[in-house]
Design a protein around this ligand. Sequence first.
Ligand code: CAA
Length: 241
Amino acid sequence: MTRVAFVTGGTRGIGKAICERLKADGMKVAAGYSGNDEAAKATADELGIMVVKGNVGVWDDCVRAAKEVEAELGPIDVLINNAGITRDGFFHKMTQEQWGEVIRVNMDSVFNMTRQVIEGMRDKGWGRIVNISSINGQKGQVGQTNYSAAKAGMIGFTKALALENAKKGVTVNCICPGYIDTDMVSAVPENVLAGIIAGIPVGRLGKGEEIADMVSFLSGERAGFVTGSTLTLNGGQYMAA
Ligand code: CAA
């Protein structure tokens, strides 16, 4: 059976690597994106996948995006909540905008998108939801009270939703990547990033493909017994229990 996967934030960075991998696994894949039309077109052409524009922090955009994917590819069997942004800054200097944007795009998005697909998955008796959280949701990070709060929120969401749907053939898991070689990480000030890399036992940034491999397993037929898990993929930077 050909599964349909929707990857939010799927046209760049980790999301793009996930799309490529799920397509190679034989799925029909659609990638969501919010602003960068040029990158979206390039990814659509390169990978031969559908792309859908919309802001995952906005409910109506998610309703429309899910409908568009379903109309073109069929009901969504696999949802990867990957879209995320940073608006880093010390909390004592943080604005309401920095806080609100990050909570909407990284946290509200998980409700907005998952709510579109969960009933269909339950009715079908099969579904895979993978939430891309972060090492910084596990350990905290200076300059990221907003991001760490949202990413930690995804972990709790994952566990509760996994419990609710375990008997329905729907698994819900969470991956916490460490620092991966993406545009988001390149935006960290150079001296700060050098210090972070020095603290990664494996001695380098991670690669999008390394996250995509784990997503591939969790999204597949053989992962039915893995649910409610938080998987830590960070080169040894933080060893969560
Ligand atoms: N712990 C404690 N204090 C620190 C600190 C740290 N790690 N880093 C800096 N400080 C102190 C400085 O020493 C300085 O103190 P003084 O004023 O007494 O000298 C003070 O904080 C201000 O430092 P800056 O001038 O550097 O502050 P800034 O406001 O310009 O920048 C920052 C602060 C926004 C936190 C900046 O350092 C930064 O962007 N850090 C990177 C945060 C980060 O790792 N983001 C991850 C993005 S990637 C991602 O999120 C993906 C993922 O999932 C992993």
